[in-house]
Design a protein around this ligand. Structure first.
Ligand SMILES: [Zn+2]
Length: 82
């Protein structure tokens, strides 16, 4: 095991969410809407820096892009539009 590696690094895999999904930071309560992110608006982070939104361009055209969510302090609340 390399020096400096710790088991705390567990959330490296981004979470993929469908479009029309709300992503709420539980630290600062900022809400993102996944469908607002695309090739021309590809990244955002919340006020407290906990949540980082990005996109993943897909190679095949069924979905133009997927929205990815990473976090540092606590996982976001993710829910579908009603
Ligand atoms: Zn936040």
């Amino acid at each position: 095991m390399p020096i400096g590696f710790t088991s705390e690094v567990i959330d490296e895999e981004p979470k993929y969410v469908p479009r029309k999904t709300f992503i709420e930071c539980e630290e600062c309560n900022q809400i993102f809407i996944s469908r607002e992110y695309n090739k021309t608006n590809a990244a955002a982070s919340c006020n407290c820096g906990n949540i980082n939104i990005g996109i993943h361009i897909t190679e095949y055209a069924k979905f133009e892009n997927l929205v990815t969510v990473r976090w540092t302090k606590s996982p976001p609340k993710i829910y579908e539009e009603e």
